[in-house]
Design a protein around this ligand. Structure first.
Ligand SMILES: C[S@@+](CC[C@H](N)C(=O)[O-])C[C@H]1O[C@@H](n2cnc3c(N)ncnc32)[C@H](O)[C@@H]1O
Length: 224
């Protein structure tokens, strides 16, 4: 009984840190995320069809380790990152001093349901492992729609509901999505659903065992 309770507390603490990393444990969790999610970054960035001069927003960048991959995707990119965790904003600034100094990267603290950007600002918006935490996804998608340029694309990648079962902390405050869920949400929020790509990830080590997870990368577009 006590063992079960302690395990539940541990899983809840991990879930809280994944939602909003904070302090020393937040930095540790962020480094683990870098290991577990690099493949998803490579995959998603390829699907985004990034071109020279694009203005790109990442929502929920963790410690910002992968901005350098994004900056290499094309010439003259203007990248903005937004995250609501003070700890992650600080880490992302420390991890990307050169790109920030020369104006290619701007790091902002804020929430995706209240984006501090003008209408029609971005050619591409993306987030990886973030949509689980949206209690009211419509509010976030309305904001994303507002700040996307016409014909701009929004890409989001999340683990499949089946894969989330291998990660017991996802029982605490994570919302999973099927392709049908995402089609419906996109339609409701004026985003044209383009496709959902199944991502077969390489095996990852998770708490002493090897797990094989799959993710879905959803791609949508603003009509006008
Ligand atoms: C699970 S981590 C994912 C980090 C990274 N994208 C990855 O896949 O490794 C979620 C990140 O999104 C941020 N986040 C969660 N909800 C957010 C929201 N509504 N607005 C802004 N940032 C958010 C958290 O602070 C955290 O840095």
């Amino acid at each position: 009984m006590l063992k079960k309770f302690i395990e539940q507390m541990r899983l809840k603490a991990i879930a809280r840190q994944l939602r909003k990393p904070n302090g020393a444990m937040g930095h540790k969790v962020a480094r683990k995320m870098n290991e577990a999610n690099e493949f998803l970054y490579d995959f998603t960035l390829d699907e985004m069809l990034i071109a020279d001069n694009h203005s790109i927003l990442e929502i929920g960048f963790g410690n910002g380790k992968f901005f350098d991959k994004l900056l290499k995707k094309a010439d003259n990119l203007k990248i903005t990152g937004i995250d609501f965790s003070d700890s992650m904003v600080k880490s992302a600034k420390e991890n990307n001093p050169a790109a920030i100094a020369d104006g290619r990267l701007t790091i902002t603290k804020g929430k995706s349901d209240n984006l501090p950007f003008a209408n029609n600002s971005f050619d591409r918006i993306f987030c990886i492992n973030v949509a689980y935490f949206w209690d009211e996804p419509d509010k976030h998608l309305q904001e994303i729609h507002r700040v996307l340029k016409p014909k701009g694309k929004f890409c989001t990648t999340v683990r499949t509901k089946e894969s989330m079962q291998y990660m017991p902390f996802t029982r605490y405050g994570f919302r999973g999505y099927t392709e049908d869920d995402w089609k419906l949400l996109s339609h409701k929020n004026n985003l044209t659903y383009i496709n959902g790509v199944l991502v077969n990830e390489p095996p990852i080590e998770h708490e002493g065992s090897t797990v094989r997870t799959q993710s879905l990368c959803f791609i949508t577009e603003k009509k006008r």
